[in-house]
Ligand binder design. Structure first.
Ligand code: BGC
Length: 269
């Protein structure tokens, strides 16, 4: 466990926390002292492993199933959260997926699946969390804010992505969703912040890093010349939801080794 427990006494819900970035974030929040709900949709065993890993280091966590695109499942998960931890202090909207296709071949199902999980999922979970933050308000001695919401976005919030228009549209949507609720919720002392990861070594983009050739190609897009790790995102998330970041709301922090710096222009243009 880290020595400074900046999130001690707080409870956090992380969607899609059974793998990848969500797992990294859940572990980082637990290390900072938060009790964490590990949400998963398909892989109970993987979620339970994250719970066990957190418990081994003295943290508190439990696994809870919900498809974030389904209203009743989200509401049931929040009910479970309140049963276990009484309330919620931190929501991390992380669950997301890709269904890639050339635009002209993209099916309505591929479009809807990505928008429902990546964007509607953030709406459903944020609405539940915001209701509880407003009902409960600031708790003296726990956090300066009544609640914190992280919206996991992507560099594709700003970088167009051929062959992935459903995904890029969902991330562009998250940007305005995040800013609009940040504006509406700030008077309630609720902070809403986006995180825009670049290429992070996770199952979602395995084909882009699992051979030396693919990795070399990927690195041409990353001026800092390394792929990111889930821990990189975990550390940022733990800081953003702490009182150290109390004046940050309504903005996306890109964490991408310079991917958004238009590296193609380094020796061109
Ligand atoms: C995508 C990854 C991709 C990265 C950089 C992420 O949002 O999920 O597949 O490697 O952006 O392009």
């Amino acid at each position: 466990m880290e020595s400074i427990q900046t999130l001690k006494g707080q409870s956090a819900l992380v969607t899609g926390a059974d793998s990848g970035i969500g797992k990294g974030v859940a572990i980082a929040l637990a290390n900072a002292g938060a009790s964490v709900l590990i949400n998963y949709v398909h892989n109970h065993d993987a979620a339970q492993e994250v719970v066990n890993e957190i418990k081994t280091t003295g943290g508190t966590a439990f696994a809870s199933h919900a498809d974030v695109s389904k209203e009743e499942e989200v509401q049931a998960m929040f009910a479970e959260m309140y049963k276990q931890y009484g309330t919620i202090d931190i929501l991390v909207n992380n669950a997301g997926l890709q269904k890639d296709s050339r635009f002209v071949d993209m099916t309505l199902d591929q479009w809807n699946t990505v928008i429902s999980t990546n964007l509607t999922g953030q709406f459903l979970c944020s609405r539940e969390a915001a209701k509880e933050f407003i009902r409960r308000g600031v708790v003296e001695g726990r956090s300066k804010a009544a609640g914190k919401i992280i919206c996991m976005s992507s560099v594709h919030e700003v970088i167009p992505w051929a062959g992935h228009v459903n995904y890029a549209a969902s991330k562009g949507g998250i940007s305005m969703f995040m800013k609009s609720i940040a504006q509406e919720l700030a008077p309630h002392k609720i902070r809403v912040v986006g995180i825009g990861p670049g290429a992070i070594k996770t199952p979602i983009n395995k084909s882009a890093w699992d051979t030396p050739e693919e990795l070399a190609k990927l690195l041409t897009l990353i001026p800092y010349n390394r792929i990111g790790e889930p821990e990189d995102i975990g550390k940022l998330a733990a800081w953003l939801v702490s009182d150290e970041a109390d004046y940050i709301t309504g903005t996306t922090i890109f964490i991408d080794g310079g991917m958004t710096l238009y590296p193609g222009f380094a020796d061109n243009g």
